[in-house]
Design a binder for this molecule. Sequence first.
Ligand code: KE4
Length: 434
Amino acid sequence: MTSSTDRNLQLFERAKALIPGGVNSPVRAFKAVGGTPRFVQRAQGAYFWDANGKQYTDYIGSWGPMILGHGHPAVVEAVQKAVLEGFSYGAPTEREVELAEEIVRLVPSIEMVRLVSSGTEAAMSAIRLARGATGRSKLIKFEGCYHGHADALLVKAGSGLATFGNPTSAGVPPEVVQHTLVLEYNNIAQLEEAFALHGAEIACLMIEPIAGNMNFVRASVPFMKRCRELCTQHGALLAFDEVMTGFRVALGGAQSVYAQLISGFEPDMTVMGKVIGGGMPLAAFGAKRAVMQQLAPLGAVYQAGTLSGNPVATACGLATLREIAKPGFYEALEARTRSLVAGLIGAARDAGLTLTGDSEGGMFGFFLLDALPQNYATVMTTDGPRFNRFFHGMLERGVYFAPALYEAGFVSAAHTDADIAATVEAARAVFAAG
Ligand code: KE4
C-alpha cells in the first residue's frame, strides 16, 4: 500500500519532521532495505497490526524481548498490578531482590547482579567495572558484535593489531577508542597475537557468544576456548554480552550452551537485557562477588540510575522469567524455530536458490549464502538487493523479518506450527516470483 491513504507513510512523514529519521532507533527506519517502516498500532501473541490495520507475523518481537509473544496474560496481569502500586520510587524494592535471586539461580556464573535500564548501559557499566577491577584500560571486541552505543564501543578495527580502533561514529573523539582493539570474530591467530602484544593491559574481552548483530554467527568452540584460556592466562575478564542471547537461546543463556561443549566453561562477567525485561526497559550485568563488590556504594567504580530496577519493569521481567522457566518451554520453542529455518532452506532449495541458516533456542538467522559465515566480512558478501527483494516480498505477504541482512530473527512461544507453515509458504511464493 503506497498511496497517500497509507497511514504508515503519513505517520512516517509526520515523524520525520520531528524525530531524526522518523524513528527513535536507527534500524527501525528501514534504511538498509528501503521502503516505509510499519507503524505498529497494537500487537498480540505472534502478530502485530500496522497503522493501516494490516496483520503481520512478527519475527522481531522488539529485537528479542517478546519471547512469550505480545501481551502474555500472566505478564499483563503482573504489570497491571505493579502500576497500581506505583510507577517508580527511587528506593529499593522486594521485587528487585526476587529478580536478582532468579538471575543468580538461572545463571551460575553470576554471584551478584546490578539492574539498569538498557543493554547499552549494562555493557558500558560492565566495561567500567572490568577496568576498575583490573586497573587496566584496554578492551577487546570483535567486528560485527554490537554492545550498545557507549563511545568506547563505537569503533572499527584499526589498521593492524598494534593499532587500536577508530571511531565508527561522529562525535566520538579518537582518544576515547584508543584503548579498544577490534579483532575478527572466530580468528584465533589474531586473538593469540593481540594477547601476545597487549595481554598485560587488557581489562576485558567482550563478545557476543552467538553474534546476533551480524545476523547469526556462532563463536566456534576452539575460538571460544582460546578466549577463555587467554583471558585466564593474562588476567583479563571474559565478558559475555548476552543482551540478545540471554534467556533467548537457552534458560541459562549462550554460556550454558558453551558449558556443554567446553568442560567447566563460564565467563567472568555477563551483560543481559531484552528478555530479562519482557519488553520493559530493564537490563543487567553480573559477575562473581569479588568483582561486583567493587561497584559503588561498596567500591570505587561508580554506576547509578534513576530508573534502575524500576518496579514495573521488574514485575514484567519476573513474570516473563517465571513463564520461560517452566518445563518444556525451550524444547518447544527450539523445535518451532528449527522448523522455520529448515522450511526457509527447503523453499529456497526447491526454487534453485542459495539460502542457509542456523538457530539456537528461539533465535535464528538465515543468509542468502551457500555456507554459514564465520565472520562479519563474509556476512556482508550477501547480495543486498536480493535480500531486500526477499524482505519486501515477505512484508507484502504479512511476514515481518528484520529489515537488515545483518540482524537476527526471533520466534516466540506464541508462534504456532501454522504460523511457521504460512511463513514458509510465503517464502515459496517470494522465491518463485524471483
Ligand atoms: P540496548 O541499549 O539497545 O537495550 O542494547 C544494546 C545491545 C547490546 N548488546 C547486544 C548484543 C544487542 O543486540 C544490543 C541491542 N540490539 C539491537 C538489535 N541489533 C537493538 C535494536 C536497536 O538498536 O534498535
